[in-house]
Structure formats: C-alpha cells, structure tokens
Design a protein around this ligand. Structure first.
Ligand code: NDP
Length: 389
C-alpha cells in the first residue's frame, strides 16, 4: 500500500488532498502516515481518525493537550512542535504533500527529500527561498518533486514529452485577484476583508491576500524560474480574469501549448497524486461554448509593483528570494493586523530588500538551509523594525 503523509492537512490544499485520498479509497487504499496542522486541532484529529493515520502533529506545543484529548482512545500518536514535524518527515513515505503555508513549510519538505520520497510541492515558498538547495537535495537522494501550484502543474503537463531546451517562453496567468480593476487611489484604502475574497479560487486567507497584491504571482514567477531552470526573461505573466487557462508553454517554433481547466486545486493535486497516471477527478468539465470568451491583459506594474520586485529578486539571486518572501510574510502579518495599509506591503518589502542587499549583499548562493533560515529571520526582524519607525 502506498504510504502517504500530508503536511498542512488542515489547510485549503490539505483538505482538498484528503478529499481526493478519501474518494480514491481512503484508509483502505492508502497507508496514511502523518497528518500535520497548526491550531485547528479538532479538524486535524478528525482527519487522522477518518484516515487512520499513524501520527498527527500540530506545529504548536500549546496545542498538544487539545490534540491528545481529541485523539483519546484512537491509538493515533500525537506530537507537537518543529522537531516533531521533522520527525514526521523522517517517517518512511512514498508521497508527501507539502502544504504548510509560508516559509515554515520549507524544512519538513527538505527533510523528506533525503529519504527519496516524492514531494508534491504546493508550498511555493520552498522554491522561492531555497530553490537550488531543494533541487540539489532531491537530485542527491533520487527524490522527485512534483509541482502542485496550478500554474506549475500546468507547465509540467505542457512539457511532458518535450525538451526544455526547445522552450522559448513560459506564460503564467493571473486572475488579477480581488483588486484587478481597482484604481491606485482605491487600493491605498483596501481593507483586509476586501483583500481576503477571491473572484475565482477558494484558498487560504494568506494566499488570497497575496493574490490581491500580486505577491502570489511574484512568488510564482520566481518558482517557475527555479523549478524549470529557465532564465527570468523567459517567464511572462498574463492577466486572465476567467482563470481557465492556467499556463502556456511557448516553443521555438512559435507553438504555444495551453493548459485549460476549471479553477479547482483538486486537478493539480490529483495530477501529482496519481502521476504518471491520470485518474478520474471530481472537477467540473469545461463547456467552452458556454464560457464563450477568454480575456487576457498585460499586468499593470504601477498598481501591482510586487511583480516588478520579482524581477529584481531574480536579478540578485542568492538569498534574495528568502529575504523577499520573509519580508512579504512579515508585511502580510502587519497588514492583517491592520498596522500598515495594502500598498505599504510592497513598499516595506522593497525597503527590506534594499537594506539587506546594501548591508550584507545577497547574491551569494546559500550553501545550507541554516543560511536561508537566518536570512529569513533577519528579514522579518528588519521588516517589523522599519514598520515601527
Ligand atoms: P492554509 O492557510 O489554508 O493552510 C495552511 C496549513 O498550514 C494549515 O494546515 C495550517 O494549520 C498550517 N500551518 C499554518 N502555520 C503553520 C506553521 N507555522 N507551521 C506548520 N504548519 C502551519 O494555506 P493553503 O492551503 O491555502 O496554502 C498552503 C500552501 O500551498 C501555501 O504555500 C500556498 O502558497 C500554496 N498554494 C495554495 C493554493 C490554494 O489554492 N490554497 C494554490 C497553490 C499553492 P492550521 O490551519 O491548523 O492552523
């Protein structure tokens, strides 16, 4: 039986992953090893019971008593904290879903690779912060990383049977998020509630706000460059309000291969789960005649400057991705806490990048995960310091 773990099982990607596992036979078809979550211990415990997991892990030590209570009598182990997450990643598994949100998802996924496990990677921050290290670790241990971000899954599917050296460009689409048509002045006063709704996708709050600011797309541009090993100039972004075309791969002969699908993450998750096979998935089938029309626009870098920052991050290379992501996470915390405005997020990230670049230089590639985590911590500290002054 295939052994499966899901990191971040209580989140949006995690819940969709478990939905597919359940539809594909659940505990009768898979040996679920570890499920991990954060504060939502009731959901974590009920998931672990339903799928008869070996262990449930919460990231937070103070949640352990509640998790133990909720699992009482089930025979399922309960554990908490960062060390427990790493220990869960050490448990033999054939396939692990990496769906913790933020840079917190990096270390467990990285660890799992040393066991040759196939890593289904939803956590885009892993590639943005430590892409070369992660890919080298996978290569060293003969482990496979399968992309789960819908755009990257679409590109991956577009490249089946193709040679990456014959690719001329890769276009990832962006819905434009909640504020696609908002003028700059209105964006200044955008609230957390307004930024937390997405026109097409149902996702966790953090990625939804990142979609509204286009930080999410900025991360995805960097993720594309890292995962597919292409140059920054080859990665383009196209605003596509319908979220039907997820990505396009352009070849040297001018052909453009598009991947279309309903905006439902279970497609990309299911593709990674069943790869290299395709199995029936419970996603809506497109009726293109009914959709009738698909629209595309060039992104507005003035209203969404995060996209321009992604170019700067790729130009610097080295630790710039880790600093960019950590400063972005800190800025997002500050916005959610209503301490800074919507547009202040990009301004803050830009300052952190500039100051850390000037102070210590960021271009040298990190040699180990600790260097990445140190840069991450320092960028967060600096972001909060700048925001307070
Ligand atoms: P959610 O916020 O919905 O879920 C995040 C998961 O991580 C939850 O299980 C949460 O636990 C857990 N978690 C939160 N903080 C920590 C922490 N510090 N340490 C360990 N676990 C933690 O996120 P999404 O499912 O939306 O996104 C997950 C990842 O997938 C992100 O990297 C995102 O960018 C990426 N992604 C998401 C897509 C989507 O459609 N949602 C699409 C493509 C990529 P709890 O809730 O119990 O506190």
């Amino acid at each position: 039986m295939r052994r499966i773990s899901v990191f971040g099982s209580t989140g949006s990607i995690g819940v969709n992953t478990l939905d597919l596992l359940t539809r594909q036979g659940g505990a009768g078809a898979y040996q679920v090893v570890a499920l991990t979550g954060g504060r939502n211990v009731d959901l974590l415990a009920s998931q672990a019971r339903a799928l008869r997991a070996e262990i449930a892990v919460t990231a937070y030590e103070d949640c352990l008593p509640a998790l133990r209570d909720a699992l009482h009598g089930s025979g399922i182990e309960a554990a908490a904290g960062q060390a427990a997450l790493i220990e869960a990643a050490d448990r033999p598994a054939d396939w692990i879903m990496s769906a913790i949100v933020g840079a917190a998802g990096l270390a467990p996924g990285f660890r799992a690779l040393r066991h040759g496990t196939t890593l289904a990677l939803a956590n885009k921050e892993s590639l943005v912060t430590a892409g070369p290290l992660l890919l080298a670790e996978a290569k060293r241990h003969n482990a496979r990383i399968l992309p789960v971000d819908s755009e990257h899954s679409a590109i991956f599917q577009g490249l089946v049977g193709e040679d990456i050296s014959e690719v001329e460009r890769i276009i990832i689409t962006a819905s434009g998020g909640a504020f696609r048509d908002w003028p700059l002045e209105k964006l200044r006063h955008a609230t957390v509630a307004e930024a937390s709704t997405h026109p097409n996708w149902a996702m966790g709050q953090r990625i939804t706000i990142d979609s509204a600011s286009m930080f999410n797309k900025a991360l995805e541009v960097i993720e594309t460059k890292e995962y597919f090993g292409v140059s920054p100039e080859m990665v383009e972004v196209l605003v596509h309000p319908e979220s039907i075309v997820h990505a396009l791969v352009g070849f040297k002969d001018g052909a453009l291969m598009a991947h279309l699908g309903a905006p439902d993450m279970r497609h990309a998750i299911g593709y990674a789960l069943n790869w290299p096979a395709r199995r029936e998935l419970p996603v809506a089938r497109l009726d293109l005649a009914q959709i009738g029309r698909l629209n595309f626009q060039t992104p507005d870098l003035e209203r969404f400057p995060a996209l321009g920052l992604a170019q700067e991050v790729m130009r610097i290379g080295g630790l710039a991705g880790a600093v960019f992501n950590a400063a972005k996470e800190a800025a997002l915390d500050l916005f959610i806490g209503q301490e800074i405005g919507f547009l202040d997020m990009t301004a803050l990230v830009e300052k952190v990048l500039a100051q850390m670049s000037a102070r210590q230089g960021l271009a040298n590639p990190p040699t180990c995960l600790d260097t990445v985590l140190e840069a991450d911590l320092e960028a967060r500290r600096l972001a909060f310091e700048i925001a307070q002054n």
